[in-house]
Design a protein around this ligand. Structure first.
Ligand code: SF4
Length: 338
């Protein structure tokens, strides 16, 4: 792998994508983009990133934004705890580091929500510190180049690869980390056939030379997702709609349409929601989380009076002020069109 370092650096210089957070070397920009990239593909992140930077251009504004507004900006990206941690980290930077993003690895790692991967990325990209940022892309490229038939979901394997990558890091550690990651994203593809004939490592990659690149890394059968069924109540009173804040579990503290576990019948819905004027079937949606799959039915319900257990908002207020998790978004779109 050592003989590939210069090839990766040269390839990155020539082919790196023009991305908004690469316009300057600013740890705030790198930080926000890295956290967004942990959950969504680059193409989608760009619009979220630009919108985020318009409203929250620096650490100070991030430390001052309300949680509700922050979650609204994050709407659609999922993993809302990451957004909350961004704010907590910004407050810590204001209080402990005088508002200046820290430039030491341990200090960066001490910030809420920042793990080894993100600390490695920020410290190498912004300060060229000798830390690797090892994600699935890096592990795949590494295993293929070295022809290692390993299970990359094993944390010990990840730790080992990180140490090996850190041992060969050049002075330009940031460019190397970004280069190997980008190579994994656009050339050494995870699914389907890697584009070996476009790869700068093709004459050094042992898996390719042995014709076994598509067998590496080892495929591990994924655990079955836990399946759950819900019935959503899309309750309307006048021009307002009922929302509820989730109190625990998945999506804790996020707004949701009132719901109950299980698929309820028409009569059961009437029984559960008092004062109904009209009940009709709504749409269905399936949402897949990392470990769960939700099947959701819905009923559109009109009521005489606002029920006190819920908060009531117009569709415009929901759209502008309250973040709805992606799982519930199709139901909101349905209400908009109705
Ligand atoms: S030669 Fe093929 S398998 Fe090897 S690193 Fe390049 S794209 Fe991946």
């Amino acid at each position: 792998m050592k003989n590939c370092v210069t090839l990766i650096l040269n390839w990155y210089q020539e082919y790196k994508r023009d991305l908004p957070w690469r316009k300057d070397i600013n740890p705030y920009h790198v930080w926000i983009s890295e956290v967004m990239l942990q959950q969504t593909r680059i193409e989608s992140v760009i619009q979220y990133y630009n919108r985020f930077m318009e409203r929250v251009p620096d650490i100070k504004s991030l430390s001052e934004i309300s949680e509700d507004e922050l979650l609204k900006l994050w709407e659609g990206l999922g993993y809302y705890s990451r957004a909350r941690n961004l704010r907590k980290a910004a407050i810590k930077i204001m209080e402990k580091f005088d508002g200046i993003f820290p430039n030491q690895y341990e200090d960066i790692l001490s910030l809420p929500g920042i793990g080894e991967y993100t600390a490695g990325a920020i410290s190498s990209i912004c300060y060229n510190l000798p830390h690797a940022s090892v994600d699935g892309n890096v592990m795949r490229v590494y295993c293929r180049v070295c022809n290692l038939d390993l299970d990359i979901s094993d944390l010990n394997v990840k730790k080992d690869i990180k140490e090996k990558v850190e041992a060969i890091l050049p002075i330009e550690s940031g460019d190397f980390n970004q280069g190997i990651m980008e190579l994994g994203e656009v050339i050494c593809l995870p699914n389907g056939i890697p584009k070996c004939n476009e790869c700068p490592l093709q004459y050094h990659c042992l898996a390719h030379l042995n014709g076994c690149e598509s067998l590496i890394p080892r495929k591990i059968s994924k655990k079955e997702k836990l399946e759950e069924e819900y019935t959503l109540f899309l309750i309307k009173c006048g021009e307002k709609y009922a929302l509820h804040k989730r109190v625990d579990g998945l999506l804790k503290n996020m707004w949701e349409f009132p719901n109950m576990e299980g698929f309820l019948t028409f009569d059961e819905v009437k029984e559960k929601v008092p004062g109904t004027l009209r009940v009709e079937m709504g749409i269905t949606n399936t949402h897949i989380f990392t470990h769960k799959k939700w099947y959701m039915n819905s009923y559109f319900i009109e009521v005489k009076e606002e029920l006190s257990e819920y908060s009531w908002f117009s569709l415009d207020e929901i759209e502008k002020k309250h973040a709805l998790p992606t799982a519930f978004r199709p139901f909101f779109d349905y209400l908009i069109k109705k």
